[in-house]
Design a protein around this ligand. Structure first.
Ligand SMILES: Nc1ncnc2c1ncn2[C@@H]1O[C@H](COP(=O)(O)OP(=O)(O)OP(=O)(O)O)[C@@H](O)[C@H]1O
Ligand SMILES: [Mg+2]
Length: 497
């Protein structure tokens, strides 16, 4: 094999209280897709930020094409042909597609931006990416996440980046968008670039990648130069540091009477009135493709949006919740999907984020806070869910993505809630932590609470739920019992007829 195009040499990154990377050395070749895997907080994103000059190394260096580099800032990395497509996209929402694509290299004519050439060049690159339908003057905020990601990729292509790194790129894409992304990744590889690909999805590693590097606790565990004889179980045990036989660990239990009965509910995103029931002690799944109306349905049930018709009977009382606060007081909590915009207060501490559900908020008003109780509560959940944090006082914005998600989940668990509605609760969460979360859902159900889980992960819904409702195009198609809920059956119902 040729010399590696990219090599990390003894890279360490130390933040106050955390050694995010600890003497990491490995290499990646041109013309390969190289997967980076590891549990939440293992250091994957930090490594990409080293590569892009956003994080300064404490020690170590990068070798690119035989040259040693220690980037002091993002501009230097850019000059060496490095582009990173981050977990949280970095486009300017109020600027046009063309401007975002060509930012920093806008074509000019007599000192003014040459609008016509700008548009032409943008169109060419959009076509090239299979996004010819996007108009160059569209504002970026009007695009879907998948389209925004394509713009970021377009930017990298325009600069002819030789190293392109993706940080969990498919975690918020639809099935179609995921397929398109995979095609483009394959193309980048075939063009002889180095592609680094961070993912928690095992099937993507086996389907798309040529090599895989495993991290654990900031350390490089192993690089597999070939996928040939690798198995799923081996990768998992290298990531977690022990064997995990069954991630889902389903626990059967008796379910009780109906606690929630939704009758003919109608509203935004729903194309035909929807009815279903949830029982006490049940884990109820809601499956469908992205855009099938699952989140919309539950937003209507939980009072986030106002229903146009129908009713919700909860614990024997029939009503329509007019706000999420009303639902919470009645004992229904919704844990939203988009933690960045709806979930967290990034500069507040882990403990504050954990303790701040609406109910506590109200209790606290004009009364005293209970610092001792809040600390104990925070510490208990940090331990229970193995949240990786230097302590309960650390700002939540500094935790890795998956660990932030755990804190948001924990927020509701301490409350007097009877029905938990969770929208993609394990998105971006590693295998070991997933197991903790599933086990927690079963605990809740065994205590007589009920859980409604929205999930796009087929293996997950069919393995952890007692019953699964399948939605398609804003309609509830069928409710399937666990015994009959094979992945094929669920997907068959969810795909357009
Ligand atoms: N700016 C920062 N300040 C302090 N600590 C940080 C900072 N960035 C990352 N960390 C810490 O470094 C460790 C590695 O985080 P990183 O984001 O690289 O994990 P990750 O492998 O990408 O995890 P995930 O799968 O959850 O995205 C974590 O413990 C995290 O809390
Ligand atoms: Mg990360």
């Amino acid at each position: 094999m040729t010399d590696p195009y990219l090599r990390f040499e003894d890279i360490s990154v130390v933040f106050p209280g955390v050694r995010a990377l600890d003497k990491v050395s490995f290499a990646a070749h041109a013309g390969q897709v190289h997967a980076l895997m590891g549990e939440n907080g293992a250091g994957k994103s930090t490594l990409l930020k080293v590569l892009s000059g956003v994080n300064r190394v404490t020690e170590g260096a990068l070798w690119i094409d035989g040259q040693r580099h220690v980037f002091a800032n993002a501009r230097e990395a850019l000059r060496e042909g490095v582009a990173i497509i981050y977990q949280e996209l970095t486009l300017s929402p109020n600027m046009s597609v063309a401007e975002n694509l060509l930012l920093g290299q806008l074509p000019t004519r007599q000192g003014f931006v040459d609008r016509r050439r700008l548009k032409e060049r943008a169109l060419a690159i959009l076509k090239d990416l299979g996004e010819g339908a996007i108009h160059p003057s569209t504002k970026v905020r009007e695009l879907s996440i998948g389209q925004q990601q394509m713009i970021e990729i377009g930017r990298a292509l325009l600069r002819d980046a030789r190293i392109i790194a993706f940080d969990e790129p498919t975690s918020s894409l639809s099935v179609q968008e995921t397929r398109q992304l995979k095609r483009i990744v394959a193309r980048l590889r075939d063009e002889g670039r180095v592609v680094l690909y961070v993912t928690h999805r095992m099937e993507e590693v086996f389907e798309m990648c040529d090599a895989v590097t495993i991290f654990r606790d900031g350390k490089h565990i192993r690089t597999h130069e070939q996928m040939g004889t690798l198995t799923h179980d081996l990768l998992v045990s290298e990531m977690v540091g022990r064997d995990i036989d069954d991630v889902y660990g389903y626990r059967a239990r008796e379910t009780g009477d109906t606690v929630l009965s939704v009758e003919s509910i109608e509203g935004r995103g729903i194309n035909a009135p929807v009815s279903f029931t949830v029982k006490k002690g049940e884990v109820f799944g809601l499956f469908g493709l992205v855009g099938a109306g699952r989140s919309e349905l539950l937003r209507l049930v939980c009072g986030v949006e106002t229903p146009k018709g129908g009713s919700v009977t909860f614990n024997g009382t029939t009503r329509r919740f007019k706000s999420p606060g009303e639902a919470i007081r009645a004992g229904i909590a919704m844990c939203p999907e988009d933690r960045k915009s709806q979930g967290i207060f990034p500069v507040a501490s882990v403990a504050d984020n954990l303790n701040i559900s609406c109910r506590r908020f109200f209790k606290r008003w004009g009364v005293f806070r209970h610092p001792g109780r809040e600390r104990r509560n925070a510490e208990a959940y940090i331990q229970k869910l193995s949240v990786k944090t230097p302590g309960y006082r650390a700002p939540i914005g500094k935790l890795s993505g998956g660990n932030q998600q755990k804190v948001i989940l924990a927020r509701w668990l301490a409350e007097e809630i009877d029905l938990f509605v969770m929208d993609e609760p394990t998105r971006g969460i590693d295998v070991g932590a997933r197991r903790d979360i599933y086990s927690l859902l079963y605990d809740l159900a065994e205590q007589g609470k009920s859980v409604v889980v929205i999930s796009s992960d087929l293996a997950e819904v069919s393995s952890i739920c007692d019953r699964i409702a399948v939605m398609r195009d804003g309609e509830l198609i069928e409710v399937v019992e666990r015994d009959e809920a094979t992945p094929e059956r669920l997907l068959g119902l969810a795909l357009p007829a």
